[in-house]
Write a protein that binds this ligand. Structure first.
Ligand SMILES: Cc1cc2nc3c(=O)[nH]c(=O)nc-3n(C[C@H](O)[C@H](O)[C@H](O)COP(=O)(O)OP(=O)(O)OC[C@H]3O[C@@H](n4cnc5c(N)ncnc54)[C@H](O)[C@@H]3O)c2cc1C
Length: 303
């Protein structure tokens, strides 16, 4: 019987593990991949985590995991298949075992949606990015393209326009879905050009992004744009299969929980990218991990 089972060992799960062990909470961390780190493992360079400028994502993941291990964290590397969350004692079921616990922290993260364009996978991390907040600074005085038409795409274009020489915003329709206030801010920028009714068919380049092939959906004509970076902003998907229908979620499937990471289900907490929130970053995920343990402590000890 555990006091706490943490599902997922990305930044949120590992930070929670560190805080839990320091609070002497008897916990187990279950991770479906062979390695901890979550999305960070595949991040070429992380330049916005304090104290570690420019660190490689893989190295940062190892540091997080080693820190948790140093404090005595116990890991099981296999996917959690299902949960039974009713009652005081909850069950976490993996392929091989069933574990009992008083509380569960869901830290299963999210994924960025891909465009599906030719060359996208090959050039990910070499000019193809899914996060302007993370990678925008690498494109100072360069030419970039943002793909999408919602709030995130427009926010990304505005953010990038502050440092980039030129930003193209490529949208498949003839109007943006983003809120009007964001659109107004965008239209004021001289270095942003919107390419309407268009999709990106190919991202090309040898060692790094050199350009994109854009197809106009109305006349099917294609054109080449020489650019240095592509920011895909077509949405994210939460890794929520385990809790779908069990825990309250927003319209996109993210778990509804405040900064204290408490869901409406007693003993069930959510931290990191899986939680409904504005900014999904390593620092906000680790901060959730800490807040979640503070709430879990209160729950376990009736504080
Ligand atoms: C390419 C890329 C670049 C990025 N660059 C930056 C950056 O520079 N700076 C920054 O701050 N942020 C960056 N981010 C965002 C950052 O990585 C995320 O916000 C952060 O990793 C979220 O942490 P998390 O622990 O909530 O989720 P994740 O990192 O997604 O971790 C979730 C973990 O849960 C595991 N899991 C899922 N389902 C199960 C299951 N059923 N059973 C067991 N385990 C499960 C997953 O395998 C994973 O290890 C980047 C993201 C990507 C994809």
């Amino acid at each position: 019987m555990y006091d706490l089972i943490i599902i997922g060992s990305g930044p949120a799960g590992l930070a929670a593990g560190i805080y839990a062990l320091r609070a002497r909470i008897n916990c187990l961390i279950i991770e479906k991949e062979a390695m901890s780190g979550g999305q960070v493992i595949n991040t070429y360079e992380v330049d916005n985590y304090p104290g570690m400028p420019g660190i490689n994502g893989f190295d940062l993941s190892i540091k997080f995991r080693e820190h948790a291990e140093k404090l005595g964290a116990q890991f099981i590397m296999e996917p959690v298949k299902s949960l039974e969350i009713d009652g005081d004692i909850k069950k976490v079921i993996t392929q091989k075992d069933t574990f009992e616990t008083k509380t569960i922290l869901i830290a299963t993260g999210a994924q960025w949606k891909k465009l599906g364009a030719k060359g996208e996978d090959k050039l990910q991390g070499m000019g193809v990015s899914y996060c302007a907040t993370c990678d925008g600074a690498f494109f100072r005085n360069k030419v970039t393209a943002v793909i999408g038409g919602g709030d995130v795409a427009v926010e990304d274009a505005i953010f990038l326009a502050r440092g980039c020489k030129k930003v193209y915003l490529i949208h498949r329709r003839d109007e943006l879905r983003a809120t009007k206030i964001l659109q107004e801010a965008l239209y004021k920028l001289d270095n942003v050009e919107i390419i309407w009714d268009s999709v990106v068919e190919e991202i090309y380049g040898e060692e790094k992004v050199e350009g994109i092939v854009v197809r106009n959906r109305l006349n099917n004509e294609t054109s080449n744009l020489e650019i240095d970076g592509v920011f895909v902003a077509v949405g994210t998907i939460p890794n929520s299969k385990l809790i779908d229908g069990k825990v309250e979620q927003d319209s996109h499937g993210y778990v509804i929980a405040g900064e204290n990471c408490k869901t409406k289900e007693p003993g069930i907490f959510a931290a990191g990218d899986i939680r409904s929130k504005e900014l999904r970053q390593i620092i906000t995920a680790t901060s959730d991990g800490a807040n979640a343990i503070y709430s879990i402590e209160k729950y376990l000890y009736n504080l």
